[in-house]
Design a protein around this ligand. Structure first.
Ligand SMILES: Cc1ncc(COP(=O)(O)O)c(C=O)c1O
Length: 462
């Protein structure tokens, strides 16, 4: 292993890195990214990479967009900070909320702003609890999430997340959070079970869970239209229509976590539209500002808003909100982002490129290292398998996914290993056809190189 540069040494001595093996990192050191343009980023040595993950599923418009830079600078000059507490307001927050109401896939009454996807989902949970108190049903408080879901890392959001590392030794989940099965046909379907039958079984399991817990105690169901960090899991056909029917039957509020899938990722403006269902409320973040500044929101329906009013009549102040809720600079950048999406028909263009992206992605499913290739729109994953026929993963300790990421980096491509040995791909929506080909050419070579190594190490099933 080459010695760490001065910058890398300073990093190791100063930072705790999110989602990093903190022990191994002390030897490996960081990949320091210095600048970006379009879909490319460049490290501190000047090496270029296709940002195949749009940062963290977020930089929809890519890097170096001068209009967004200018929107931020102009707003900073005009009003660098303003808050929404105690009835104060400012233009950018009002305009952004109007735009979100306009494009919402379901009737939305109001928007509550916050700074991250985690805060949005924490707020969702608090709003549901508050609403049900307002509606006079204080026992209806349990929230159902799913195994493999990713909803963030704050205490409530991490509890909703259904991944072991987000719970283990953090003493989570908190009370009132339940997890139902992951809708992953590849692993969880019974032999010969069709997608539709699998969806029916999952809906039946959900129904049983709600009945067992008592419908009067179950408040909400939260789901990403397509699971992201849990492995880019596309639900089986008819899943949401069947899940929605169960929720309706038991008066369970449906929350769509559109933190990744919002704003064109799945080929439609919102992912829930692509998956054919209508949630009650929606969490948005990431591509809301194309990640130029942190901003997120909860899109609130009228019935929930009315219940919040009831609570205010009783209690007075609505005791929730962040210093930076609706920060004017972040909101101004998000308003500009929305304008660019519409003016440049970004979602339509992304949808038009999806077939090429999915074709190249699915072709990797034939690679000897890959158990399943899956995706939708401009997001996808390849799940590595040590035994392709038996759908068995590699021993996680062998670091096969990490080897693919390293080999991709050597090729000039950034991808990410998530939820075991699953390689995710989620480029900026502005990626061009030639860049899609370049991305998958690089990923293919990285897989080949990893395969050679895995064979030498005898990691594949005979
Ligand atoms: C679907 C989903 N929800 C919530 C979050 C949490 O967002 P944040 O990291 O901004 O707190 C993420 C982050 O990746 C996400 O993918």
């Amino acid at each position: 292993m080459s010695p760490l540069s001065n910058l890398a040494m300073r990093d190791v001595e100063t930072l705790v890195h999110p989602y990093t093996n903190l022990d191994a990192f002390r030897q490996a050191g960081p990949l320091v990214i210095e600048r970006g343009k379009g879909v490319f980023v460049y490290d501190s040595e000047g090496k270029g990479y296709i940002e195949g993950m749009a940062g963290l599923w977020c930089t929809a418009l890519g890097y170096g967009n001068e209009e967004l830079v200018e929107a931020a600078a102009a707003q900073m000059r005009k009003l660098s900070f303003g808050h929404l507490f105690n009835g104060r307001s400012h233009d950018p927050a009002i305009e952004l909320a109007e735009k979100l109401k306009e494009i919402a896939p379901v009737p939305i009454s109001k928007v509550f702003f916050c700074n991250s996807g985690s805060e949005a989902n924490d707020s969702q949970l608090k709003l549901v609890w508050y609403m049900n108190n307002g509606l006079g049903r204080p026992a209806k408080k349990k929230i159902i999430s799913r195994i493999n879901a990713y909803h963030g890392v704050t205490i409530a959001a991490a509890s909703l997340t259904g991944l072991p590392n987000n719970h283990r030794d953090f003493d989570l989940p908190i009370a009132n959070v339940l997890h139902t099965a992951s809708p992953h046909h590849y692993h969880a379907a019974q032999p010969g079970e069709s997608e539709e039958d699998f969806a029916t079984r999952l809906a039946h399991e959900l129904d049983e869970l709600i009945v067992r817990e008592g419908p009067d105690t179950v408040a909400a169901f939260i789901a990403e239209p397509v699971m992201g960090a849990g492995g880019v899991i596309v639900p089986p056909k008819t899943y949401f229509e069947k899940i929605m029917a169960v929720c309706r039957k038991h008066d369970v509020f449906m929350i769509a976590d559109e933190v990744i899938t919002g704003f064109g990722r799945l080929g439609t403006m919102f992912g829930s539209t692509a998956l054919g269902y209508a949630p009650h409320s929606i969490s948005v973040a990431k591509a809301l500002s194309s990640a130029y500044l942190p901003i997120a929101g909860v899109m609130i329906p009228e019935e929930m808003y009315q219940a919040l009013i009831v609570e205010s009549r009783k209690i007075g102040v609505f005791g929730h909100g962040f210093t930076y809720s609706g920060h004017p600079v972040a909101a101004a950048v998000a308003v500009k982002t929305m304008e660019i999406y519409k003016r440049d028909k970004i979602f339509e263009a992304a949808a038009a490129r999806a077939p090429q992206f999915q074709k190249r992605l699915m072709a990797l499913g034939d690679h000897p290292l890959v158990g399943e290739a899956r995706g939708m729109g401009l997001v996808g994953a390849i799940e590595l398998a040590g035994d392709k026929r038996a759908k068995k993963p590699f021993d996680p300790k062998k670091g096969v996914g990490a080897a693919v990421v390293r080999n991709a980096e050597a090729e000039g491509l950034i991808v990410r290993v998530i939820a075991g040995d699953i390689i995710s791909v989620c480029p900026p929506l502005i990626i061009k056809p030639a860049e899609i080909d370049e991305l998958f050419d690089k990923l293919g070579r990285a897989l080949d190189k990893t395969l050679d190594w895995a064979k030498r190490e005898q990691l594949l099933a005979a």
